[in-house]
Ligand binder design. Structure first.
Ligand code: FAD
Length: 501
């Protein structure tokens, strides 16, 4: 690796997703005199807009994909470098980009996100959904499809099966219930009828105003197409873009080739055993494959429950793996079991002067008993922001303490058109059998679950317009003994807010 540095910056941030951009913004506003470089593979950056602190730890915001010039105009100290990083030399403090340039740093923050954990590599019938390009590819193939198989049980799979219309969906989940990453079986039961009902007409405007570097013409429909055109201007299509976020399907039509509204069949407790092409199926001596339905399909999926389904293509939504690869060679990073760069409570990796934030890192400090890392949009923002603060504090020789946002896990999202709020150990994570659950459920309206440990509230799942999030957040943070209140905690006839005034 050549070390002919084009320039050395005080701070170099790699990755223009939420974590990287928030880190850049924080550094640039905290130390406006310092030279900051943002190196990212694509021409766009992700910007947080309409940020709203809903309560002490809950936050809501929109995300816009913008051209990098927006950041450069706002922060004169910022240099934007559009290229992938292909190598890192932590001894000599420089990075090398795919277009052969070398940049030095005093402090580096790696925010390169993750890439889909694909069921199999290089199979043209298996798609992962991660960024704008892959979502566009999905849409293109869906409009000709009659049946798809979706594999995975996290947020992406949940949204996908709900949103797809005009195409039969076979949904293979490895758990006993859908949405296991977020819910227990009770919440899953509450949500299942939504999969069987017709989708309500959308009245809310699309929250993501732009996926493109160009403003669409007035009256034009909002699509991903300009993004692909933009990619023609320099970055290779294989370079990973930023991860999509909560509303990734807004503004794109997820419609297949059939007239049906929605047809989803869930195959529980199974994984993919094998994927065959139609030729392989025909030449297979095994009679056990026996596809579930007649007809000829381009690809067949054999599940571990013994069933085989033909389909037009398979969506692999089985999570992400941290994008660490370009940074590892020749360096001695401590990696977590999930493959992420280990970071401590100062967002520092195990290598001096190298920080990491967002999906690429694994939080390895002693977590608060009410927090866990999940590779989510909110945590990418919080980590990027906090990493920026830590980097600034360290060059100014100041002390900094772990931010309050890491005290309590909190997340607001929407699934199946319901508002969903998750707080603390919402699924009893790590609590063992020694916890109690209180549940209140009104079919089609709300599902409220509280997790109690030692009489104290340690987590909650709120689905629907419950309006309980702030009160519950306070009860969790105050660690108040709730034993005297018993089941009245969820009594709908008692106004819980007044109760605790
Ligand atoms: P990313 O957004 O992935 O950004 C990484 C950046 O690094 C990109 O700009 C990329 O181009 C750049 N990069 C990568 N490698 C290099 C390199 N070698 N050199 C230079 N640049 C590089 N979260 C939620 O909270 N709620 C949801 O409902 C939700 N839904 C999702 C739906 C989908 C389809 C997906 C894919 C994700 C979803 N997420 C959701 C997760 C959320 O989008 C991510 O957790 C978050 O965006 C991670 O941000 P990040 O900045 O760490 O990484």
């Amino acid at each position: 690796m050549s070390d002919k540095k084009e320039k050395t910056f005080k701070f170099v941030i790699v990755g223009g997703g939420i974590a990287g951009v928030t880190c850049v913004e924080q550094l640039s506003s905290q130390i406006p005199s310092s030279e900051v470089a943002l190196i990212t593979a694509g021409p766009h950056i992700k910007a947080v807009t309409n940020y709203k602190q809903v309560s002490r730890t809950l936050e809501e915001f929109d995300v816009e994909e913008k051209p990098s010039s927006v950041l450069e105009e706002k922060y004169p100290n910022l240099t934007f470098i559009q290229s992938g990083v292909k190598a890192l030399n932590t001894q000599s403090h420089f990075v090398e980009t795919t277009d052969g340039r070398v940049f030095g740093y005093e402090k580096l923050c790696i925010c390169s996100g993750g890439r889909p954990k694909l069921l199999t590599q290089d199979n043209p019938y298996v798609l992962g959904i991660r960024d704008t390009d892959s979502a566009q590819e999905f849409q293109k193939r869906l409009c000709k499809a009659k049946r798809i198989v979706v594999v995975g049980n996290g947020g992406i799979a949940l949204e996908l099966v709900y949103e797809v219309e005009g195409c039969e969906v076979i949904w293979a989940v490895k758990d006993k219930a859908i949405g296991n990453t977020f819910f227990d079986a009770g919440a899953a039961q509450f949500l299942i009828p939504s999969l069987e009902a017709d989708k309500p007409e959308k009245t809310a405007p699309c929250k993501r105003p732009r996926y493109t570097t160009e403003e669409p013409a007035p009256g034009a429909s909002q699509t991903f197409t300009a993004d692909r055109n933009q990619r023609g201007h320099g970055s290779a299509p294989t370079e990973p873009g930023s991860a999509l976020g909560p509303d990734w399907h807004e503004g794109i039509v997820l419609r297949g080739a059939e007239q049906v509204s929605r047809r989803v069949s869930v195959e529980y407790q199974c994984e993919v055993e094998k994927i065959f092409t139609s030729e392989e199926l025909l030449s297979s001596p095994q009679q056990t494959l026996r596809p579930k339905t007649e007809g000829s399909w381009p690809v067949y999926v054999q599940l571990t429950n013994g069933k085989t389904f033909g389909c037009d293509f398979v969506v692999s939504a089985t999570g992400v793996v941290p994008n660490t690869e370009p940074f590892l060679h020749g360096n001695n990073f401590a990696l977590a079991d999930d493959g992420g760069l280990q970071v401590n409570d100062q967002m520092m990796t195990s290598v001096p002067d190298v920080y990491a934030a967002g999906d690429v890192c694994t939080a390895c400090w002693d977590h608060s008993p009410l927090w866990q890392q999940m590779r989510l949009w909110t945590q990418a923002r919080q980590m990027g922001w906090y990493a920026g603060r830590c980097m600034a504090a360290h060059v100014l020789s100041e002390q900094i303490e772990l931010d309050f946002c890491f005290e309590l896990f909190s997340h607001i999202t929407r699934f199946f058109n319901y508002k969903v709020v998750l707080l603390g150990k919402f699924n009893g994570q790590g609590l063992g059998p020694d916890h109690e659950l209180l549940v209140r459920c009104t079919k089609g309206q709300e599902y409220v679950k509280v997790v109690l440990s030692d009489g104290r509230m340690v987590g909650a799942v709120l689905i629907g317009e419950t309006d309980l999030e702030e009160t519950f957040e306070n009860l969790i943070l105050n660690r108040m003994d709730l034993t005297p209140y018993g089941e009245d905690l969820l009594n709908p006839d008692i106004d819980i807010e007044d109760y605790f005034d």
